[in-house]
Design a protein around this ligand. Structure first.
Ligand code: PLP
Length: 385
């Protein structure tokens, strides 16, 4: 059995030799308390208040999106994004098996079916070449829509995910989606602050979904956001996430099925304060990654996963690639036994009971990563700020 004690000692030291080194914890080092107090003092804690608008405006400015619309989780940001892209019951959606469950849950709420396509070795995210291959074999355009020749179902959307904050080759995916009349929805839940060729992730496709869950790079306690380049679509997003109520001083009239997915002001207040420190948090995570890169250069059998070409990654969760499944288990065991929190990459979606019968393309690289990847402590270090 390989001995990882030198690596474990290094990780502990990186985070100041605490009793327990967590995977990733939030930091509240700015105006969080001040803004929360303001919400409470003014009683605007819920569905009305200035922080919601401010958070949306500041996030649009930060990401370069035309509009940003908040909601209560990254999962429902994805759910809404797919509805707004026209995904309907019995449609197929091309996505990764190497992702967090939320990606697949969101499309399942609509009654759509995932088709799992392989990821790239360089990005750990959806492979443009694999998508192109799958479409060349199975796709067929009829009356301006793409259909799966074998199932007869419409292929309506493609959802790449920027794994651990590392941008996928999104421009190539966009070109393929355009060729096949497929909507591109980015699961940018993990990649706030990450850019591809200088452009913020989540702003390439029709909609991009971001998460502000407690374990993400910045948090609103719980929350999500959609990024748009199309103002009319953003306005519709606002409408359906707020019960589709027609604005009126006293009347309660609604013109379609809506959702109570509006982020409360108190969460948006937290978001505004967190956003003020986002660049510093990303810089700290990148500094941690740089130290890992240097260290792992001299460790046999452990490869640190580095940001792909043309990408600026937020390094949300640092990841190492072990030699094989056995090494992955040994590493997990030894690190967790020594109070350094590590965890394997998610169980693949096609191995879960809800999705085990879904179509996939063989998933060569996906399976390779599943057997080898482990996330290691990646928290922001206050001393870096
Ligand atoms: C965190 C995450 C989400 C959604 O997160 P919420 O917890 O619902 O905010 C979606 N997709 C991926 C890949 C994620 O990591």
């Amino acid at each position: 059995m390989a001995d990882y004690s030198r690596t474990i000692a290094f990780i502990k030291e990186l985070y100041g030799n605490q009793d327990f080194t967590p995977l990733s914890v939030p930091q509240f080092l700015g105006n969080e308390k001040k803004y929360l107090e303001e919400c409470i003092d003014t009683t605007f804690v819920s569905s009305v208040g200035k922080f919601v608008d401010r958070f949306e405006e500041e996030m649009a400015r930060y990401t370069g999106a035309k509009k940003a619309v908040v909601c209560v989780s990254g999962t429902n940001a994805l759910h809404m994004s797919l509805i707004l892209s026209g995904v309907e019951r019995e449609d197929e959606v091309l996505t990764q098996a190497l992702t967090f469950i939320a990606t697949c849950n969101a499309l399942s709420y609509i009654g759509a079916h995932p088709v799992f396509v392989d990821v790239d070795k360089e990005t750990m995210g959806l492979s443009p070449a694999a998508v192109k291959d799958w479409l060349a074999k199975n796709g067929e355009i009829r009356e301006g829509q793409c259909y799966n020749k074998n199932t007869g179902r419409r292929v309506k959307a493609c959802v790449p995910m920027h794994t651990f904050g590392h941008p996928v080759r999104i421009d190539e995916l966009l070109a393929i989606c355009e060729e096949y009349h497929i909507e591109l929805v980015e699961d940018a839940a993990e990649s706030i602050g990450s850019r591809y060729k200088g452009k913020h992730t989540g702003t390439f496709g029709k909609v991009g979904a971001i998460s502000f869950n407690g374990n993400k790079t910045i948090t609103t306690g719980g929350g999500g956001m959609m990024l748009f380049n199309d103002e009319a679509l953003a306005a519709h997003a606002k409408h359906i996430t707020t019960q589709a109520k027609i604005p009126h001083r006293w009347e309660f009239r609604h013109d379609e099925i809506g959702y109570n997915y509006r982020m409360p002001n108190i969460n948006a207040a937290l978001g505004c304060a967190q956003l003020e420190n986002l660049d510093k948090y990303v810089a700290s995570k990148r500094k941690v990654a740089a130290e890992y890169i240097e260290f792992f250069k001299h460790v046999d059998g452990v490869d640190f996963f580095v940001e792909p070409e043309n990408a600026f990654s937020n390094y949300w969760l640092s990841a190492v690639v072990l030699a094989d499944k056995k090494a992955q288990l040994d590493f997990l065991q030894q690190s967790n036994d020594n109070k350094v929190m590590t965890r394997p990459i998610w169980e693949l979606m096609n191995r879960l009971p809800m999705f085990e019968n879904c179509e996939n393309d063989g998933l060569k690289n996906t399976i390779w990563f599943a057997d080898r990847v482990v996330n290691i402590p990646s928290s922001v270090r206050p001393e870096d700020l």
